[in-house]
Design a protein around this ligand. Structure first.
Ligand code: ADP
Length: 643
């Protein structure tokens, strides 16, 4: 006797949700089951090739489909690797990890989400069309077969069963028709053929089905005899079996590429871009690469694993080969097929494989070139791409301490005072004749940056400012230090440095202006020392500002770490309390400066209180928290009351 086991709690909820709430594309269940069958045969072939058990010929492997309209059964069989009892339990008894479940919860409202594709829970899609699913499987090399049965969310049973050869047979008891849904179509040969063509044409193993044809009875229809017909069963192969990446580009339409991507990489939207290349030379390989439209839900989590599928002469040898992609292109999906790689190469050996390194380099280059092309030819699409994956590229520069700058700097885009997102090359091409630096300002949003007092002088000059709104932006620019401007017609480059609008020296003031400010500071040296003393531990210095035009105060920084960077770092979990060396700048042309001077000579305590208030205000402008908001508010009110 077999007992009914419950699906793990989470699985059960997900399964219920899936069966009941996913209305779209029920038909994909067939593709999912066929893909699983094909994977199972790949696995078996690979296992025997790498020396375990007797070698098996790929030509003996096949998938069969049987549709039986009378008892409403659709049967899909393979002679692949099969599953042991334990594998049946583990593979078909648990659906998704908590991460994906949480994702679905968050996205409860988006009804159209193809959850199956998203989570690789393909097998369960069978329940969209079947009221009962029976899996009989015999693992390769095992003597016993097992049967797994389930009617859906309630649970499943596993019992011993009879099966001659290794492999898996999945029997679906197709649901009865309802007012809204015609399930009969999944028992109709014509429709099944159509679905196989649409979704599984490239599957390498033949997908066979017995199809009934009408045939002219021998001896009838000739010599004036009435034609008579009889039924004949013909076994048809429904798929062309040529992997899409082996086909010629001109045979393929965008839809073919997109469909393959969605099936293979479980995405529900079309990719943004596909790159199909065949290369012969130092390394011979075909590659089919895709850039997704959006980052997958787990992209920025630890669970995300980069990599391309790796094939050796059409046989998949690795599901995710991370060595084929640099981290900054980790969003790329796809596969590489090469004759140069040995079939039973181990993971460790692969890491040192020279061919693989050559292929990886070539792939990196081709991704970069295609992105550059996109940037030039389809700006809208490129911006969409950068929106989704730009952060990754910036991290690529930051994490390598700027070493990848040459490869990546031209892929970057930033918001800008120019209005539209800009590349660095474009910024540089718009620079004014007397402009020495690429100016940037950091903040949480464009509107915040636009109101920053620090931008006044640069803006006044009519210079463009890059708006850094992404956390990693400033770190990335700092690592790059300068933009290497290419000289036309040569390999030479001229570095143009990046400069924060909050930097110490903006390179904008004339010597006279500097001199004047310096004099004013010297005249009031005692007061500035007093103010700095009052704010000691908070700021490194109090200075007169060259950059402020209308605003009374602002905070700038000296050294490598800016105020914005301090903000980012302090929000990190392993924050080490790094602080920017802050400078409080006071506008010499603002009335508050005169007021400070007179207070300093008449009422030092008051001048000190003003310094506290000005510092807190400058922090607020920066979007930094102030230490004691109550104190700040009380002091401000006191002053208001005196007016
Ligand atoms: P995925 O294929 O995305 O991993 P599925 O829910 O479709 O998720 O399948 C779960 C697992 O069950 C597979 O990874 C595989 O190990 C196993 N499996 C499914 N179908 C078969 C089959 N026909 N033969 C052997 N193993 C299978």
């Amino acid at each position: 006797m077999s007992e009914t086991k419950e699906f793990k709690a989470e699985s059960k909820r997900l399964l219920e949700m899936m069966i009941n709430s996913i209305y779209t594309h029920k038909e994909i269940f067939l593709r999912e089951l066929i893909s699983n069958a094909s994977d199972a045969m790949d696995k078996l072939y690979f296992k025997t090739m790498s020396g375990e058990g007797e070698a098996i010929s790929r030509s003996d492997m096949q998938i069969t489909i049987e549709a039986n309209k009378d008892d409403r059964k659709l049967i899909i069989s393979d002679n692949g690797i099969g599953m042991t009892q334990e594998e049946l339990e583990n593979n078909l008894g648990t659906i998704a990890q908590s991460g994906s479940f949480a994702f679905k919860n968050e996205n409860e409202k988006t009804e159209d989400v193809d959850i199956i594709g998203q989570f690789g829970v393909g097998f369960y899609s069978a329940f969209m069309v079947a009221k009962k699913v029976t899996v009989i499987s015999k693992a390769y090399g095992s003597d016993t077969a097992y049967m797994w049965t389930s009617t859906g969310a309630d649970g499943y049973t596993i019992a011993e069963a009879e099966k001659d050869a290794n492999g898996t047979t999945i029997t679906l008891d197709i649901k009865d028709n309802t007012d809204d849904e015609n399930y009969d179509e999944y028992l109709t040969p014509y429709r099944i053929k159509e679905l196989v063509k649409k979704y599984s044409d490239y599957i390498r193993y033949p997908i066979k089905m017995d199809v009934e044809h009408e045939k002219l009875k021998e001896g009838t229809g000739v010599d004036g005899k009435e034609p008579e017909y009889e039924k004949e069963i013909v076994t048809e192969t429904l798929n062309s079996q040529i992997p899409i990446w082996k086909k010629a580009k001109n045979e393929l339409k965008d839809e073919d590429y997109n469909q393959f991507y969605k099936d293979k990489f479980h995405d529900y939207s079309d990719p943004l871009l596909h790159i199909h290349s065949k290369t012969e030379g130092t390394a011979t390989y075909s590659a089919l690469l895709y850039i997704p439209e959006k980052a997958p839900y787990d992209y920025y989590s630890k669970n995300y694993e980069k990599g391309l599928q790796l094939y050796s002469s059409g046989v998949m040898i690795m599901e995710k080969c991370g060595d084929l992609l640099p981290d900054y292109f980790s969003f790329v999906k796809g596969l590489v097929d090469s004759e140069d790689l040995s079939l039973n190469i181990s993971r460790e050996m692969l890491q040192h494989d020279r061919q693989l390194k050559i292929i990886a380099k070539a792939i990196e280059k081709s991704i970069k070139n295609e992105l550059k092309k996109l940037q030039k030819n389809d700006r809208e699409k490129y911006e969409k791409f950068f929106e989704a994956f730009g952060t990754q590229i910036k991290y690529g520069i930051y994490e390598s301490y700027g070493m990848n700058k040459a490869e990546l700097q031209d892929l970057l885009m930033f918001k800008s005072s120019n209005g539209t997102p800009t590349t660095l090359e474009e910024y540089v091409s718009r620079m004014k004749e007397d402009q020495k630096f690429i100016y940037f300002a950091s903040g949480s949003s464009v509107s915040r940056i636009e109101s920053l007092p620090q931008t006044e002088l640069v803006r006044d000059k009519g210079y463009e400012i890059l708006y850094l709104t992404d956390h990693v932006d400033e770190f990335c620019l700092q690592m790059m230090h300068a933009y290497d401007k290419k000289t036309e017609g040569s390999d030479e480059t001229t570095p143009i440095e990046y400069k924060s609008v909050s930097a110490d020296d903006l390179g904008l003031e004339t010597e006279e202006e500097k001199e004047e400010i310096k004099k004013e500071e010297e005249n009031n040296k005692e007061m500035f020392d007093f103010l700095a003393e009052k704010l000691s531990g908070k700021v490194k210095a109090v200075k007169l500002s060259q950059r402020l035009k209308n605003h009374p105060v602002c905070i700038t920084s000296e050294g490598m770490l800016s105020v914005e960077m301090e903000k980012v770092l302090s929000a990190m979990p392993d924050n080490q309390g790094a602080k920017a060396e802050k400078v409080l700048e006071i506008n010499p042309n603002h009335a508050i400066f005169g007021k400070l001077k007179s207070l300093y000579s008449t009422d030092k305590d008051k001048a000190g209180e003003y310094a506290d208030l000005l510092y807190d205000q400058a922090l607020l402008i920066e979007g930094m928290p102030i230490e004691n908001p109550v104190d700040f508010a009380n002091k401000l009110c006191e002053i208001m009351a005196q007016q």
